[in-house]
Design a protein around this ligand. Structure first.
Ligand code: FAD
Length: 449
């Protein structure tokens, strides 16, 4: 299963780490977050290397849908209610700025990556959803976003009628691997160099040891269990995408679309194809509205004449309070940084991570540090999600005690669930995934079964 992006890009191979090194900054992980953090650090005059266990962009990033947007589902009305107007404004402005910086970098570096400016739409088919969208438009506008509520009959790109939508202007989409390929050319990246352990300033890999002033964990899910306790602060959710041709829609849509009611589709165009997304579920807990089966049923229903060209899946970390963790990994280590919890909006929030972490390292003030600080307190609204996750973990850990070794996660020992569709063993506690043979596919697990 290769994504449209992997099908159309061949990133050059990089050498592995061949000697011990001493550097100012080491970034662990060469996904969109790691590459952007390294790029902005280097732009600010810092010496930086990136260590990647597999290949550049080969984690979740190769399987994104690559909308570059500050429209992260229904979020702004809730953020204002739950965290106050200042934090909500900081979240909105940081993500809007991220879009702007993408544009600046792409122009400055002359990167051909199918970057297109387009509006982004959240839509609903329900009366209740329409009311929520109206509130969302008002909240986003109050935070400085170019947002407006529009009537459903004005939306022409969707295969079904909708009641209403929120339109955000000034958004964009691109080809993520074409972008990374160009950015990465400027960076020193060692591939097939797996970081096994980090101890103060020492980064111990399966090849050699790197000593660094600053260590940045951009591994999607940070692998240290302690400190940081990220396993208590987020879970992983999986989503699916299928690229189709001959769907009977214009080659270019008027925008990018995301449905807020359960089961509605996410849509964008790319290279003459329509990318249909959806089928989300907690990793390890697929139900009848999750996975490729559900998505294929929807495509059959709404685009019966279309031909499937590619299909892929990915997952992301979902923090309890719906704000990514960007900044110091823990109070215990001044020189450890983290970027995680992107809740399926990692194109902009990876850029926000790069802005914040690079400023923190060079000692420049950044207005968004407190918004995303991993040291923030859990808000009341996030407490409900904490309880759900704690419950899932407890069930997983208890059943793990009785599970056979080959059905137990190597992260914390939770029991694994067989995923027939993707032929993998998946953990519902923290989202690690393994092949049938026990090789790790997705972290936080570090070792094979
Ligand atoms: C289906 C789907 C669609 C999405 N669509 C969008 C979208 O339209 N717009 C948007 O903004 N976001 C979207 N997202 C979210 C976005 O794709 C992710 O947030 C983003 O790709 C995460 O990037 P990352 O760099 O954090 O992680 P990754 O890309 O997973 O990179 C982490 C890297 O770290 C490496 N690594 C891990 N452990 C180690 C180790 N011990 N040593 C060395 N290297 C290590 C891995 O090999 C990997 O390459 C989507 C997510 C999903 C699930």
């Amino acid at each position: 299963m290769k994504s449209l992006w992997s099908e159309t890009t061949q990133l050059p191979e990089r050498e592995t780490l061949v000697a011990d090194l001493r550097v100012q900054n080491v970034v662990i992980g060469a996904g969109i977050a790691g590459v952007l953090i390294a790029y902005l650090l280097q732009e600010k005059g810092q010496e930086v290397i990136v260590l990647e266990a597999k290949e550049v962009g080969s984690g979740q990033t190769k399987n994104t849908t690559a909308k570059i947007t500050s429209q992260h589902g229904l979020i702004y009305n809730d953020l204002i209610k739950n965290t106050g107007i200042e934090r909500a404004r900081g979240y909105a402005q940081a993500n809007e700025k991220a879009i702007h910086i993408y544009k600046e970098i792409i122009t400055k570096e002359g990167i051909a990556c199918h970057f297109e400016e387009l509006p982004s739409f959240l839509y609903s088919q329900k009366e209740e959803g329409m009311q929520k969208l109206k509130k969302e438009a008002k909240a986003a506008k109050a935070l400085g976003i170019d947002a407006e509520y529009i009537r459903g009959d004005k939306i022409k790109d969707l295969p079904y009628g909708v009641m209403g939508a929120v339109k955000f202007g000034g958004q964009a989409q691109f080809h993520p691997l074409e972008f990374i390929q160009e950015i990465a050319k400027k960076l020193t990246i060692y591939e097939h160099t797996n970081v096994l352990e980090v101890d103060e300033h020492f980064v111990i890999t399966d090849k050699h040891v790197v000593v660094a002033d600053n260590i940045i964990f951009a591994t999607h899910y940070p692998f240290p269990i302690v400190p940081g306790y990220y396993f208590l602060r987020q879970h992983q959710s999986r989503s699916y995408a299928i690229a189709i041709e001959g769907a009977g829609v214009p080659e270019k849509l008027d925008g990018m679309y995301y449905g807020i009611d359960r089961g509605l589709l996410s849509l964008r165009h790319a290279e003459g194809k329509l990318i249909v997304g959806g089928g989300s579920h907690r990793t390890g807990k697929k139900d009848k509205m999750g996975g490729f089966c559900y998505l294929r049923e929807q495509i059959q229903r709404y685009y019966p004449q279309a031909k499937e060209m590619a299909c892929w899946a990915a997952q992301d970390c979902m923090p309890h309070d719906r704000i990514p963790f960007i900044g110091r990994l823990s109070m215990k280590h001044d020189n450890w940084y983290v970027a995680t919890g992107f809740q399926k909006w990692g194109m902009t929030t990876a850029m926000v991570s790069a802005m914040i972490i690079s400023d923190m390292i060079v000692g420049k003030e950044n207005p968004y540090v407190h918004v995303f600080s991993p040291q923030r307190l859990l808000i009341q609204a996030g407490f409900k999600n904490f309880l759900i996750d704690a419950w899932e973990s407890m069930i997983g850990l208890c059943s793990g005690v009785f599970a056979q070794k080959e059905q137990r996660c190597t992260h914390m020992g939770c029991s694994l669930h067989w995923n027939e569709e993707e032929q993998s063993w998946d953990c519902a506690c923290h989202g690690s995934r393994f092949t049938k043979e026990g090789e790790t596919i997705d972290n936080p697990a570090q070792s094979m079964i």
